[in-house]
Design a protein around this ligand. Sequence first.
Ligand code: SF4
Length: 66
Amino acid sequence: ANEQLDPENPQAKALQYVHKSAKEGQMCGNCALIQGADGEAWRPCGIFPGKLVNSEGWCAAWAKKP
Ligand code: SF4
């Protein structure tokens, strides 16, 4: 099973990933790169293969859903 992304993971750090977004209106749950089902707390992300990110998290690759 996929494991939760560690914010200390070098790739996560490079993109400033956090489990709780500090950016108003921007979070993994509304990012174009999120995968999996709406409403789940931990979901796959297109740029962190094999890991799960928090729906309320954020990273510098955040992009608005089209
Ligand atoms: Fe979250 Fe970043 Fe993945 Fe978007 S690209 S879902 S902000 S970790």
